[in-house]
Design a protein around this ligand. Structure first.
Ligand code: FAD
Length: 394
């Protein structure tokens, strides 16, 4: 039976519009916002405002928060088109994918009014302060602390929180204006209890950001230090002590929020064009692997669509998000290895050079795919647990 990936006329029209916007506003050799060239960050910042003005930054958000109540499938098309074009939204994809939706679900009216419009207008970058030097896969062992200082009247309202500790691998922290921070507010019997999410401004002098040099570019990974950072009660997202539940939701949104399969497919489709006559001369084995990899793209896409459908119905199971994540991150790495071999066979010329640049970037990013947003071994553990408890089938 043929599988139909057609998401309808609205989504097709949206894709055409998004491609036209990318063509008009993003340089053809753009490879993301975290490069050595500050012009790339400027491109991403300007492009977010362009998308927002066109109603395409947060289409599926409710109108009251700056969206246009579009279907989750339109939002899916946005994320596919953006990722395929090397994510010209830059770091702001995180605000759209998971920061905004989480504030919508757990924020107070004041937090929603303060934080959602700047995200919807493409004006603010957030970073995610979860991992610590001794708390990655085992996130519940984090030690960054938030200590409550009573306001003096004993009623617990208008209190101050004092935050101390260190985060690591914090993407985009040098660019971010806000941090979605997970800290320990009490010691309980289970380590998953006693954690709380804080929304903290990155321009506070009690926060120090130290970039980590890496192959992902100068602005990607960072250490973030908190030294007696003082924030008010209005920085607490959700209930005090409910941080673990909030973060589980964040991770489910985050794990389907990056449509890596769309870039893999775009690059694979580009290969015959970039190689020109050299394409026919390739060994049959490479043609076979290329075809198989396209099938792998479609498989990952289907698994993503299953999670999107579940999320829209409010019934997502972590096992399905893990299944998608395993498929898409292995696709990322296997397609990158194949594309490097194909790029080596491309002739000289501007088109082939652009192709080689894009493949090089894809390969570099793909190395981290099976670690970021939860290591693949942990995804396999989640899937195994879900299978054993019959929460997922097939
Ligand atoms: C590109 C990139 C961007 C990132 N951005 C952010 C960010 O913005 N914010 C943030 O908070 N974090 C971020 N991270 C951190 C990321 O979430 C962690 O690296 C990841 O959760 C793994 O944690 P770790 O590095 O401490 O490795 P560890 O947890 O120490 O794991 C090391 C190895 O041991 C394996 N392992 C650990 N426990 C088990 C187990 N129980 N069973 C089987 N195998 C196990 C792991 O799978 C891994 O292979 C980023 C990481 C990368 C690579």
């Amino acid at each position: 039976m043929a599988i139909d990936f057609d998401l309808g006329a609205d989504v097709a029209a949206l894709r055409t519009e998004l491609r036209a916007l990318v063509d008009a506003h993003v340089p053809a050799d753009f490879l993301g916002a975290c490069t050595d060239d500050p012009a790339d960050l400027a491109t991403a910042q300007a492009f977010c405002r362009t998308l927002a003005a066109d109603g395409q930054l947060c289409p599926a958000w409710p109108g009251e928060y700056g969206g246009r109540d579009a279907s989750p499938w339109e939002q899916t098309a946005v994320r596919e088109e953006m990722w395929a074009a090397h994510e010209p939204r830059g770091a702001q994809y995180m605000g759209v994918n998971w920061v905004g939706p989480t504030i919508m679900r757990h924020g107070t009216p004041g937090q929603r009014a303060r934080h959602l419009p700047p995200i919807a207008h493409g004006e603010v970058i957030w970073c995610q302060g979860f991992s610590e030097p001794d708390a990655g896969s085992d996130l519940a062992s984090l030690t960054t602390s938030a200590r409550r200082v009573l306001d003096g009247d004993g009623h617990g309202d208008g209190d101050t929180w004092v935050i101390n500790g260190q985060k690591i691998w914090t993407s985009y922290a040098t660019m971010a204006q806000w941090c979605f921070l997970l800290a320990r507010t009490s010691k309980e019997e289970r380590r998953q209890q006693g954690l709380t999410v804080f929304l903290v401004p990155m321009d506070d002098p009690a926060i120090e950001v130290r970039p980590i040099a890496s192959m992902l570019g100068p602005h990607h990974l960072n250490e973030v230090f908190f030294d007696e950072l003082r924030v008010g009660d209005d920085a607490v997202l959700g209930e005090v002590g409910s941080g673990w539940q909030v973060v589980q939701e964040v991770l489910a949104f985050e794990r389907v929020g990056i449509a890596r399969y769309a870039r893999c497919e775009r690059l694979l489709q580009w290969a015959p064009v970039a190689l020109g006559d050299a394409w026919e001369q390739l060994p049959a084995e490479l043609h076979t692997r290329w075809t198989r990899m396209l099938v792998h793209c479609r498989r990952a896409r289907l698994l993503a669509y299953r999670v999107v459908a579940q999320q829209s119905a409010g019934t997502v199971q972590p096992g399905y998000a893990a299944t998608y994540r395993i498929a898409v991150t292995t696709l990322d790495q296997e397609s990158a290895d194949l594309l490097v071999e194909l790029a080596a066979a491309a002739p000289a010329g501007a088109e082939a050079e652009r192709f080689r640049g894009a493949v090089d970037d894809h390969w570099t990013y793909s190395r981290a795919a099976t670690v970021s947003s939860g290591a693949i071994e942990i995804q396999r553990v989640l899937l195994a647990r879900a299978l054993l408890s019959h929460q997922v089938t097939g």
